[in-house]
Design a protein around this ligand. Structure first.
Ligand code: CO
Length: 453
């Protein structure tokens, strides 16, 4: 097999964000990171993913840490490496759509406090949900990496993702990420998609996958053959399973090839030694269950993300109906089809999963809807990729005239002026106002505690 590129493969290491979010319930603390920063900074990664995603909420909710303070500290200790964050489009780091002024200010403050690259994605691949974030990141001098959320369905073929990537390039993205959050991208499909993207989009192509189904490192290797510019990996102590494949393995696999990363395995080993201690203590505290490292063949069989399967089991166990597991699994593809094939990623995975449970438990399809199901059908999260089943719309009591066809955030009024007033002296900075806007309850508790000490 021939390499379609002769350039060194660039590596984004995710140990400080996705790896512990995916393996250890997002519980890594700043003090677990700082001792390794000097070493990490000397390795020559393309970037370190270290902020955003669920870490912002987890900092305040579980770790008694100010996420903004964490970012500033990481910036001080990692002066030579690009810092990267994950950003959920119009939902920023939260679970609803925020107004444009919140998105704009969040981008400004992230960059001001130290972020270089903002990876922006939307669960439904509605490009309108990425517009404001991409515009703001560029306005404040950051690099906007726009992501396509990868999934498998009758309407999500290679041409769909190529078209989407071209739209994102036109929007002004600085690089394109193929975000395979559920490890559904097969190694051979990865080769074909990346090759096609390199032929049709004149931007760096960055691949993000997980190892949940056991194919993560094969996907990365095939992407390297096909000419991907950058791939995501995590240091070995927090790699594999629900996390990314290991950095050291990738570096070693490409040694003395045209795509040699040039990264030093000895330094990587020293950094890994530090994170092995961290991973061990996370395991002792009960946050890292070794079961997340097993290959999840059910994910391969049903093409649903591993996290969604464990949610389903928990939901059914609560109702004492674990016997319905297989029936619910068989119902998921039906619901997904009726809803226009949304990719299964937060929040659509929970919405589709819960609707499948309702359909099975009540013994009759669409007799009951959750509030979120109705909101999704109505278009509150954005445009669904395919056609929605009109019968289902009717059963949900949604008329064609009720459906939102504009960009959902066009219906939202600016939120910050009111919040700046409302939070008065609890918020000592614009950063605090943003924390309070995204997570009102959690941030209020965290900031009141800080005020008292
Ligand atoms: Co991920």
């Amino acid at each position: 097999m021939k390499f379609l590129s002769g350039k060194p493969l660039l590596i984004t290491d995710t140990t400080l964000r996705d790896a512990h979010q995916s393996q250890a319930a997002t519980r890594m603390r700043l003090r677990d990171m700082l001792p390794a920063c000097e070493l990490l900074d000397s390795i020559g990664f393309y970037s370190l993913e270290c902020w955003g995603g669920a870490t912002f909420d987890a900092c305040m909710r579980y770790l008694d840490e100010d996420p903004w303070e964490r970012l500033r500290a990481l910036r001080r200790h990692l002066p030579h490496t690009r810092l990267q964050m994950l950003f959920r489009g119009q939902s920023i780091l939260g679970y609803r759509n925020y107004a444009d002024d919140v998105v704009d200010s969040f981008c400004a403050k992230s960059i001001e406090n130290g972020i270089d690259i903002v990876r922006v994605f939307d669960a439904l691949n509605d490009v309108r949900n990425l517009e404001q974030a991409v515009r703001s990141v560029k306005k404040y001098g950051g690099l906007a990496e726009a992501a396509v959320s990868y999934t498998v369905s009758p309407i999500h073929d290679e041409a769909y993702f190529v078209r989407l990537a071209q739209e994102l390039a036109q929007m002004g993205a600085d690089s394109i990420c193929v975000k395979d959050m559920a490890n559904l991208l097969s190694p051979v499909a990865a080769y074909s998609l990346i090759k096609r993207l390199k032929e049709t989009v004149a931007l760096p192509i960055h691949l993000h996958t997980h190892d949940s189904a056991g194919t993560g490192s094969m996907v990365n290797l095939m992407a390297a053959f096909a000419g991907a510019d950058i791939v995501d990996t995590a240091l070995s102590p927090l790699a594999g399973g629900t996390s990314q494949p290991a950095t050291e393995s990738m570096v070693s696999a490409l040694r003395d090839t045209p795509r040699d990363t040039g990264l030093d395995l000895t330094r990587l080993g020293a950094a890994a030694a530090h994170f092995r201690t961290v991973a061990n203590s996370l395991e002792e505290e009960g946050f890292l269950d070794p079961r997340v490292l097993r290959v999840d063949a059910n994910a391969l069989l049903w093409q649903v993300p591993g996290g969604m399967l464990s949610n389903l089991i928990a939901q059914l166990r609560q109702m004492g109906r674990e016997d319905l597991y297989e029936t619910v699994l068989a119902e998921i593809p039906n619901v997904r089809r009726d809803f226009g094939y949304p990719p299964l990623v937060t929040p659509s995975s929970q919405i589709i999963g819960s609707q499948a449970v309702l359909n099975v438990i009540t013994g009759k399809r669409y007799q009951m809807f959750s509030r979120e199901s109705k909101a999704m059908l109505k278009g509150e999260y954005g445009r669904l990729p395919g056609e929605v089943n009109p019968e289902v719309l009717q059963k949900a009591g949604i008329r064609e005239a009720d459906r939102i066809t504009c960009r959902p955030a066009d219906l939202l009024k600016p939120e910050l002026p009111e919040n700046r007033e409302k939070y008065g002296n609890l918020a000592q900075s614009e950063e605090d106002v943003l924390s309070l806007t995204l997570f009102p309850q959690v941030a209020e508790e965290f900031l009141s505690k800080r005020q008292k000490t």
